[in-house]
Design a protein around this ligand. Structure first.
Ligand code: ZN
Length: 459
């Protein structure tokens, strides 16, 4: 049995900041939490600053990291951005994707993220040719997370059509298994590991025909696995869905058994009151991705109403315009302040809950996201003496962390009792910036990606 102990200078214990906390762990789980321990006992690792439960990034597309910066030149829409994204996707192989994802997940570890939900749909070779191992791309992501030291839920994504009644475009052929049955058969071969769990995803109501939604939902239900779906990120998706099916995307998902307490809608931005009631009433979660939603000019979703209706909230960095869950947390609150011109929609503690326990639950790791006996020993320590965080009393550490700190203030990250970030340096990936630069240069062929031609297609 591997035992470790950590002395936390200050710890966020769900409702309050506690000074001097000793956390003992064995075989990756917390076995004891002792408060009022004024000094580190011999043999304990010292974590100075405010230690939070590990942060969960509930929505990621690792390869979008290769677009950072390059998509900020000029104007355009979500749909023109998507064309550039497809050009990068076209160049991915199991090897180049592994190198990129390892670097991206290492960046996440440096940002205090201990678990990622990877919404994965680049399954096959360009043109749709199967790899010798049809799960080579998913396996590359699982291996990348292990090498970066973080947990992953591989949300293997069904992506079958370009739009309602339209076959996949040339770019999308590598996303498609042809049918939900074939998708399910391929996914059944994916094995869970100590650091990796398998979930399912419906890319969107655009990308999975209505008569195949139930197959994906059933696959996830039989395994009690998380099921995620991009939901109403863009009004064009709603318009097309209404035109074809005479109902909103939320209603369509509800009709086909996709909603429920193990399901998370990603974005949930453009909703009717009835949609909000369907999502909340079914216990379906909402993953808000504010830095991506503002980057892609999506709009601001009704997160407070969704939460009141019964939808737990979590956070994701999605397109990785930035990777900073603290920024996602404060952005959710600050967007709401701008919209309503009132303050205080969520407390710092409520925002941290979305970033930790509720994020992990959305990814099927119910035993992570709290600092208490029995929980996974996943910890993230925020410096309280940086140029951004110095000054406020430690008792206001949660407010300081959420409203002033960022990824650069993450000092230590512990996953399963193992320290993978120490004093701001990754212990497994020695030079994360170079790993990112090399992996992205290999994809861009040293030229920024340009769209082959603008898509005439709406969703
Ligand atoms: Zn997404």
């Amino acid at each position: 049995m591997t035992t470790r102990s950590y002395w936390l200078e200050h710890a966020w214990l769900g409702t309050r900041v506690e000074p001097g906390v000793l956390v003992e762990a064995a075989d990756g789980r917390i076995t004891a939490v002792r408060t009022a321990v004024p000094a580190p006992p011999p043999g304990a690792e010292v974590l100075r600053g405010l230690t939070l439960p590990g942060l969960a990034n509930a929505h990621s597309h690792a390869f979008h990291r290769a677009l950072r910066g390059t998509v900020q030149v000029g104007s355009g829409t979500f749909w023109t951005w998507r064309e550039v994204m497809y050009c990068v996707a076209e160049r991915l192989t199991p090897d180049t994707y592994h190198a990129l994802a390892r670097a991206v997940y290492a960046e996440m570890a440096l940002a205090g993220i201990t678990c990622v939900g990877e919404f994965h749909y680049v399954h096959h070779a360009p043109g749709g040719t199967r790899y010798a191992d049809p799960n080579a791309m998913g396996e590359a992501l699982i291996a990348a997370a292990a090498e970066a030291g973080i947990r992953i839920t591989l949300l293997d994504t069904a992506y079958l059509s370009a739009g309602f009644g339209e076959p996949p475009t040339a770019h999308q052929l590598r996303f498609s298994d042809g049918s939900a049955e074939a998708w399910a058969e391929r996914c059944a071969a994916l094995q869970e590991r100590e650091h990796a769990r398998i979930g399912a995803a419906v890319h969107s109501v655009r990308a999975v025909p209505a008569d195949q939604l139930a197959t994906v939902a059933r696959w996830a239900g039989e395994r009690r696995a998380p099921l995620h779906v991009h939901l109403s990120e863009q009004t064009a998706e709603n318009d097309a869905c209404r035109a074809v099916h005479g109902r909103t995307p939320t209603q369509l998902l509800a009709d086909h058994g996709v909603l429920g307490p193990r399901t998370t809608g990603v974005h949930n931005t453009h909703l009717t009151e009835e949609d909000v009631a369907l999502i909340g009433g079914s216990g379906t979660g909402t993953c808000v991705c504010p830095t991506t939603e503002r980057d892609l000019a999506d709009g601001i979703g009704p997160a407070p109403a969704l939460q009141r209706a019964g939808s737990p909230l979590c956070l994701g960095s999605d397109s990785h315009a930035v990777i900073d869950i603290l920024e996602e947390a404060r952005a959710m609150e600050l967007d709401e302040r701008l919209r309503t011109r009132t303050r205080g929609h969520w407390s710092a503690g409520e925002l941290l809950r979305a970033a930790t326990a509720d994020g992990h639950a959305a990814l099927g790791w119910d035993e992570a996201g709290t600092i208490e006996p029995g929980a996974l020993a996943d910890l993230t320590t925020i410096a309280l003496d940086s140029v951004r965080t110095a000054g406020p009393p430690p008792a206001l550490g949660a407010e300081t962390a959420v409203f002033a700190a960022g990824a650069a203030d993450v000092r230590h990250t512990v996953v399963g009792g193992r320290q993978i970030v120490r004093d701001g340096a990754h212990t497994l990936v020695p030079d994360v910036p170079s790993a990112l630069a090399d992996a992205i240069a290999a994809l861009h062929d040293h030229r920024p990606p340009t769209p082959a031609r603008p898509s005439p297609r709406t969703p």
